[in-house]
Design a binder for this molecule. Structure first.
Ligand code: TXA
Ligand code: MG
Length: 356
């Protein structure tokens, strides 16, 4: 066990002394958990093979799952990529710093362990002042996957990171909750058309507007079987999985309610404890049609996607296997952020029911 130092920092105006201390730790090859606007990241010097290896060990992450490099400037980006397409430049102007990860071709200085042997490298410039300053003070790009044990919901607060990594990392910078709450959109510009490898806070429609061309979701994102999901690293592995059975019902409201009624009855008959992970509107309906009225975990108002995204991982982490056996989750209108929320519920589910 390591000694883990926890520092509370102001998210907007972080104490320079603390960030310099954390940056020194990065330069010494240590692990520092830091906040970003999407989720918390577990960071190490992306150019130091040994430091990056520590991330894989701490997270128990499969070695063939590549990491994203986090930068604080364009010049830092140019050092780690070997090609800088014009399209990337256009996107960067609009979306950086922010929740967009762009896939580049990697340069030689990036160790293979970062990319799991691929010649491509995901790069993002986070918008959080603490993250940006930490990278800048470290003077090196940071490898930073989400700060959760592999497979679990991502950490959106320092408390989550403490739960998973106390004694396993050197420093945790606590700047409160991540404002967005789900991880960055990942875009591959080298395919034709450009493809989203992980849907996130920046919707497809916005990318299309800036690029002036069609963008597609990678077909594997809708994977219904394990084999289909093997195609890209961002969805190959189980992720977002809570500690109980999670049933995700994907489709229209009427079909959702019909399935809920059927499943609720059947599970209660088996003596199972069931809860629903739903919007405020659906909770109201379920409480009026089901007997006994069920316990509902409220995600937000059904079209308030920013709030639902912000709450999602916190709610998944709060599900307590001592109190519930099965959680049944609703899907959202699959547009913009709604699509990205559905993706995470689908990935986290132990079972998905598709409604026509
Ligand atoms: O918002 C985020 O992106 C957060 C914060 C901390 O910045 N980071 C994050 O990293 O979500 P991670 O490692 O948890 O997720 C990165 C995803 C993984 O699913 C990985 O497979 C995929 O990005 N990925 C990384 N490099 C890739 C590459 N070269 N090609 C395709 N997918 C890649
Ligand atoms: Mg992750």
């Amino acid at each position: 066990m390591k000694e883990t130092k926890i520092f509370r920092v102001d998210p907007l105006n972080p104490d320079t002394k603390i960030l310099r201390f954390a940056a020194r730790a990065i330069k010494e090859g240590k692990l520092v958990i830091f906040p970003t606007e999407t989720v918390y990241g577990i960071g190490a010097n992306a150019l130091d093979e040994n430091a990056v290896r520590k991330i894989f060990i701490a997270k128990n992450r499969p070695p063939d799952n590549p990491l994203i490099a986090h930068v604080s400037s364009i010049s830092m980006t140019k050092k780690i990529v070997s090609d800088f397409p014009q399209k990337a430049e256009r996107l960067i102007k609009h979306f950086w710093p922010g929740p967009l990860t762009i896939i580049f071709k990697k340069s030689e200085i990036v160790p293979d362990i970062m990319t799991a042997g691929l010649d491509s490298l995901g790069v993002r410039m986070p918008a959080h002042p603490v993250a940006l300053k930490l990278i800048e003070f470290s003077g090196t790009p940071l490898a930073a996957p989400s700060a959760n044990i592999s497979g679990k919901p991502s950490a959106t607060s320092a408390e989550h990171a403490i739960d998973d990594f106390m004694g396993k990392v050197d420093i945790i910078l606590d700047a409160g909750e991540s404002s967005i709450g789900i991880e960055s959109t990942i875009l591959n510009l080298y395919s034709k058309p450009p493809m989203i490898l992980r849907p996130g806070p920046i919707p497809k429609e916005d990318l299309e507007r800036i690029l002036g061309e069609k963008v597609e979701y990678h077909p594997a994102l809708q994977a219904q079987t394990k084999e289909e999901a093997l195609e890209i690293p961002s969805i190959k592995y189980a992720h977002y999985v809570p500690d109980v059975e999670l049933i995700f019902i994907e489709g229209k409201r009427d079909c959702f309610l019909k399935n809920c009624t059927k499943l609720y009855k059947a599970f209660l008959a088996e003596g199972k404890r069931v809860q629903f992970l739903v919007s405020k509107e659906i909770a109201k309906v379920l409480k009026s049609i089901l007997e006994p009225p069920p316990k509902c975990i409220i995600t937000g108002m059904s079209h308030d996607f920013p709030t639902i995204a912000h709450n999602l991982f916190q709610l998944l982490r709060e599900i307590d296997p001592k109190k519930v056996d099965i959680v049944i989750a609703e899907s959202y209108e699959p547009k913009g952020l709604g699509y990205s929320i559905n993706f995470r519920l689908r990935k986290g589910a132990t079972r998905v029911i598709y409604c026509p």
